[in-house]
Design a protein around this ligand. Structure first.
Ligand code: ATP
Ligand code: MG
Length: 239
């Protein structure tokens, strides 16, 4: 179980403290799919980066299976089984898809398992394993390769930040099949898409860095619809 206790994150802007996240308390169980949603700028990416160890929280603790992991680095968390797919995928100049998949797994993959991971994200292994993971790949291809990496890693906590972004031509059904494949793990998915939110065991709605609501998709439908209209953090305050 992953537990967030009183997690806040603030920065200083023009000498003033600006809260990006405010006292978050959340529990993430095994074998459950959690979707985090909310308006642009509400703090979703910041929250998942804190869970992965990319950002250190300003206050609070992160407990994983009874261990305080707040001060652990990204690498250390990765060794505990945390995996992360960025909202904007990162490139690895000089690394081929094949190398990346082997690093993700911690072992050499045979062609058939590579085929299986890559075909799960709609890519043919033969066409891609020798491609360099750089800017020559399209945004959608990079995104899919990152998703395939998470599948290959088969970690215990899988975090996806807007996995649907940039893969518009690929059916959502394929994307949700990835979540099915990782069903035995903890999955935390940041998304704005109802088709993904519907698959969640629990939807977490953020607003202005606060936990607005938490519950099933059905129970939160009205709030989710309203959030879609509030394009930017603080819209309500300005209107
Ligand atoms: N270092 C920083 N200094 C100032 N503001 C920051 C900093 N880091 C993040 N923010 C602000 O914090 C807010 C939350 O950012 P975050 O990326 O977590 O939002 P998000 O919910 O993921 O939005 P989106 O749906 O657009 O991806 C934004 O308003 C962002 O501009
Ligand atoms: Mg984001």
């Amino acid at each position: 179980m992953l537990k967030l206790e009183n997690i806040s994150y603030f920065v200083f802007e023009n000498g003033k403290k600006k809260f990006i996240l405010n006292k978050m308390n959340l529990l993430f169980d095994e074998k459950k799919l959690y979707c985090i949603t909310g308006p642009n700028g509400s703090g979703k990416s910041t929250l998942v980066k804190i869970i992965m160890g990319i950002f250190a929280p300003s206050t609070g603790k992160i407990i994983f299976n009874g261990q305080d992991i707040t001060s652990l680095s990204v690498d250390q968390r990765a060794r505990l089984g945390f995996s992360y797919a960025f909202q904007t995928p990162v490139t690895f100049k000089g690394l081929k898809v094949l190398d990346l998949m082997n690093i993700a797994c911690g072992q050499k993959n045979d062609l058939s398992s590579l085929c299986s991971y890559l075909s799960s994200v709609g890519l043919c292994a033969r066409d891609y394993i020798n491609r360099s993971v750089d800017k020559n790949l399209s945004g959608g291809e990079l995104k899919r390769i990152e998703l395939a990496m998470l599948l290959a890693r088969n970690g215990s906590v899988n975090i996806f930040d807007e996995p649907e972004a940039g893969i518009d031509l690929w059916s959502f059904d394929n994307l949700t099949k990835i979540f099915e494949q990782l069903r035995s793990k903890t999955q935390i998915v940041v998304s704005h898409q109802n088709k993904i939110l519907q698959k969640a065991d629990c939807v977490i709605v953020l607003k202005n860095g606060n936990l607005e609501k938490i519950g099933t998709f059905e129970a939160l439908q009205t709030i989710i619809q309203n959030d879609k209209c509030a394009k930017l953090r603080g819209d309500n305050e300005r209107n």
